[in-house]
Design a protein around this ligand. Sequence first.
Ligand SMILES: Nc1nc2c(c(=O)[nH]1)N[C@H]1C(S)=C(S)[C@@H](COP(=O)(O)OP(=O)(O)OC[C@H]3O[C@@H](n4cnc5c(=O)[nH]c(N)nc54)[C@H](O)[C@@H]3O)O[C@H]1N2
Ligand SMILES: Nc1nc2c(c(=O)[nH]1)N[C@H]1C(S)=C(S)[C@@H](COP(=O)(O)OP(=O)(O)OC[C@H]3O[C@@H](n4cnc5c(=O)[nH]c(N)nc54)[C@H](O)[C@@H]3O)O[C@H]1N2
Ligand code: SF4
Ligand SMILES: [Mo]
Length: 784
Amino acid sequence: MKQTRDSIKDIWGERTPYYGNWPVRVDAKVDVEPERWVQSACVLCSNGCGMDIGVKDGRIVGVRGRATDPVNHGRLGPKGLHGWMANNSRDRLTQPMIRKGDELVAVSWDEAMNFIVQKSKDLIKEHTALSIGFYTSGQLFLEEYYTLGVIGKAGLGTPHMDGNTRLCTATAAAALKESFGSDGQPGSYTDLDYAATILHCGHNIASQQTVLWMRILDRLAGPNPPKLIVIDPRDTFTAQKATVHLAPRIGTNMAVMNGLLNLIIQANAINEAYINAHTIGFEELKHTVSTYTPEKVEAISGVPAGKLQEAADILCKTDTLVSTVLQGFYQSMQATAASVQVNNIHLIRGLIGRDGCGIYQMNGQPTAQNTRETGADGDLPGFRNWGNEEHIKELAQLWNVEPAVIPHWSPPTHAMQIWRYAETGSLKMLWISATNPAVSLPQLERIRKILDQKNLFKVVQDAFMTETAQYADVILPAAIWGEKTGTYTNVDRTVHISHKAVEPPGEARADLDIFLDYAQRMDFQDKDGAPLIKWRTPEEAFEAWKKCASGRPCDYTGLSYAKLSLHDGIQWPCNEQHPEGTKHLYKEGIFNTGITYCETYGHDLDTGAANTQDQYKLFDPKGKAILKGTDYQPPHEQPDEEYPFMLTTGRLVYHFHTRTKTGRSKELNDAAPDAFVQMSEADASKNGFSEGDMVEIISRWGKAIQPVKIGGVLPGELFIPFHYGYWDDPDRVRAANELTITEWDPISKQPHFKHTAVKVRKYEQGILDKAATLIKDVKDSFNS
Ligand SMILES: Nc1nc2c(c(=O)[nH]1)N[C@H]1C(S)=C(S)[C@@H](COP(=O)(O)OP(=O)(O)OC[C@H]3O[C@@H](n4cnc5c(=O)[nH]c(N)nc54)[C@H](O)[C@@H]3O)O[C@H]1N2
Ligand SMILES: Nc1nc2c(c(=O)[nH]1)N[C@H]1C(S)=C(S)[C@@H](COP(=O)(O)OP(=O)(O)OC[C@H]3O[C@@H](n4cnc5c(=O)[nH]c(N)nc54)[C@H](O)[C@@H]3O)O[C@H]1N2
Ligand code: SF4
Ligand SMILES: [Mo]
């Protein structure tokens, strides 16, 4: 076995200190010497590191970073280096299955697809297409999402389509739309090469984007190192490197952000010329934040007034700034409102649209950007505005259908509402692709009940027998990364192509082929009676998408499979004006907020009430950015006498989500074999808990049993990683989401995974039933 380093022990590898030009370091791990290398990019987080897949005898045998790729300059992290092992796992799904009685029985593709088609037709006849919903992913390829989007919007005409991106980066999209008029990250990763200050908001980048963190570590080790501000209640790897670490109480981000903005404005560190020329709403914002003195912020958040001042001083003086925002903001109270305040810092200081100034309303999943661009999350493709009739007409023309077919009479149904419709019975068919809601949605007891309903027809399209697949009426075995060709876009808008390297196992098929097959069997037609979907291959799908994206912010018209295969990643918009792609959006200070171009007319930050086109007319920003603020609101569920702790949940460096991939790599799994509950030393000693003691954690929504891990969190707070479900340990109730609350942000509709009030007591064997409702027969799959 050859590897350039043991990335389990040495997560980030050796330093290559720099300022300006990040040196190359090629990381690799191969089991045996490959016969050939196939161009690809990693799919285990939104960083999108360029990598080659090593192939021998028709099997994946390793990976190496691509030295020339602008995203990673050859580097790979532990997940990237080890995650491919899952492809070769012997427990892959290899045949379609249909539930017959209590059994899932292997059937042919014909039988499975005909069954789904018959069911769809029956439902449409009896209940209209509004009885059919789709819950997809941030992990398919662009071509697959676009095809699915067209099926939903122009084939069936159902508004019930969303992705797990709702749990992930709905707030990224919402925050960008509220400030700049459309989705699309303003900056470029190269900003990190020059930035004097880096601000991480609720983002443990050291663990969750290890390669981007290597870039920052290399800057910290080089000349002119940046100052780092980290806002996270826990003492994370990221926080440990901070110049200033602000550790607010869980759920109090808004107060901290208002406090920072207030100090910047009070110090007159604002760029008045920029504000006047390129923004609207400054006076209101100033008024809103004016009462957030450091003392008030300290009272709300626990962040010492002096620390807030220290952070503000850095933000006042810096002439370049890169900010990243992620789940500590997106999955917490006032998610969109707080994330928008990060945009506001950049706008009022004029730190946007040039080298060294980037805002990352971060993505998490590798292809979440494409879910949003193509409309597979329910939005309209090409960042079009569902409230703008002209945008609907454009799509209708492109697809050659009547505008009325495209569901746009109300906002698209968000995932949490789709699950609610399934619960109440108006949704009768749910097609779940590339996501595992039986572990990743909040309040799992409720989700299991919904999935268990006999009158909900469930199609599950996955590569493994997940906790969710156990409930399926039909299982469709999917080919995954490495086994199919397609493109995807990372968080700094860099588009990569990933070529098929090996055949999928058994009869597993690419998601694109499955969706195309469904469209053909359903006989979806355009106005002229021709097939609605006119493409058969990934490349043809990409070409069709280019037409849809043309002239929109995410313009792909200058890209092609040939170009992407010749080059490394290229940043959209890439078109005639920008044939080599675009580093920075909004260079001239002109934003996508014009009334005919914008993706949204905006929302009230408190209630989430949406503006109509007429309301927008009253303040049409005509290309200026929108500064919006509001007051702090506490989380609805506060710790009290009965539930004295605030629980938060999140990730570990070695695992990806519900571990369907990383749990099948022996190295990654050995590095983090089980869940735990993290607790402060003070609380452990007060309650008489020692390291490793099994405790029962109880919320109003469910319970879980975990070993105690002491240190790293504030007193009164707990943390549980959410990766661990039941496929490899059906005997202990351990999923973090047994405990989480069902509520969401009023604008982005992203659930609040980051705060639930809980109590903890010593676990005594026998108090709890085993996870009886759960998986019974997935025992021997692990590490095979
Ligand atoms: N290793 C690994 N990497 C991943 C993933 C993975 O599963 N594993 N998943 C990918 C995906 S899809 C995503 S979305 C990203 C997520 O990446 P992150 O957002 O970095 O991950 P989380 O651990 O969910 O949350 C980040 C931090 O939020 C903090 N937090 C909790 N509550 C609050 C609060 O009230 N305020 C503030 N300021 N912070 C709070 C937590 O302490 C935690 O350290 O990671 C991506 N990368
Ligand atoms: N408590 C708590 N819950 C959370 C979070 C949290 O921080 N705390 N974070 C949330 C976030 S940000 C996210 S992104 C979600 C993630 O939650 P999920 O989406 O449920 O997590 P994954 O395990 O990534 O599930 C992806 C599934 O797709 C399958 N798959 C992979 N590639 C392919 C493919 O090419 N085709 C098909 N058909 N299937 C494929 C995998 O086998 C896997 O079963 O969890 C959310 N839930
Ligand atoms: S940082 Fe993300 S994309 Fe890069 S190797 Fe790690 S998991 Fe893969
Ligand atoms: Mo995510």
